[in-house]
Design a protein around this ligand. Structure first.
Ligand SMILES: CC(C)(COP(=O)(O)OP(=O)(O)OC[C@H]1O[C@@H](n2cnc3c(N)ncnc32)[C@H](O)[C@@H]1OP(=O)(O)O)[C@@H](O)C(=O)NCCC(=O)NCCS
Length: 140
C-alpha cells in the first residue's frame, strides 16, 4: 500500500464509479481540478481511494473523497485522510474544511473535524460544512 500525488485525470474514474455512477463522466470533472492537489492510495498498481485538495490562502477545501466500493471499510480512507492533513500542514494550510455528506459527519469527527452551522441540500443529499484547525489562526 502506498499513497502518492496523482494527476487529476486519475481521480475521475473512482469519482464517477463511487459518487455519481448515473451521471456522465464529464460531471465529475471540476473546472478547478488543474489547480488542485490530488492524492491516491494504491494497492500495487490498483488505485483504491482518492481525494482532492484545493488551497486558497490559509484555507483549503478537500473534495471528492472516495474509496472503491469493494475496498471500503478497511481503513484506506482513514489513511488517506491522515496523509491529506499532513500534506496540508506542509503546504501551510491553517484551516481545512469540506462539505460533508451529513451521513458521513461521524466519520470526519473521528479526525477532529467539527460541524459548522452551514448546512444545505443538493440533489436530494444533505450536507454540512465541517472544519479543522491544523494550525492556530494568524492573529495580526
Ligand atoms: C467516505 C469514504 C471515502 C471512506 O473511505 P473508506 O476507505 O471506506 O474509509 P475507512 O475504511 O477508513 O473507514 C470507513 C468506515 O470503516 C471503518 N473501518 C475502518 N477500518 C476498519 C476495519 N479494519 N474493520 C472494520 N471497520 C473499519 C471506519 O471506522 C469507518 O466507519 P464509519 O463510517 O462508521 O465511521 C467511503 O465510504 C466512500 O467512498 N464513500 C462514498 C463516497 C462518499 O460518501 N464520500 C465522502 C463524501 S463526504
Amino acid at each position: 500500500m502506498k499513497i502518492t500525488a496523482i494527476p487529476p485525470e486519475l481521480t475521475w474514474d473512482i469519482r464517477h464509479r463511487v459518487m455519481w455512477p448515473h451521471k456522465s463522466i464529464d460531471y465529475v470533472k471540476l473546472p478547478e481540478d488543474d489547480s488542485g492537489l490530488h492524492y491516491g492510495l494504491w494497492d500495487e498498481e490498483l488505485l483504491l481511494s482518492i481525494v482532492s485538495l484545493f488551497p486558497e490562502g490559509d484555507d483549503a477545501q478537500f473534495r471528492k473523497f472516495a474509496t472503491l466500493h469493494e475496498a471500503q471499510g478497511q481503513g484506506y480512507g482513514s489513511k488517506l485522510l491522515e496523509h491529506l492533513f499532513t500534506e496540508a500542514v506542509k503546504q501551510g494550510v491553517r484551516r481545512i474544511w469540506c462539505n460533508a455528506r451529513a451521513s458521513k459527519a461521524g466519520f470526519y469527527r473521528k479526525f477532529g473535524m467539527t460541524e459548522t452551522e452551514v448546512r444545505f441540500e443538493k440533489d436530494g443529499e444533505r450536507y454540512v460544512m465541517m472544519e479543522k484547525w491544523l494550525q492556530p489562526p494568524q492573529t495580526e
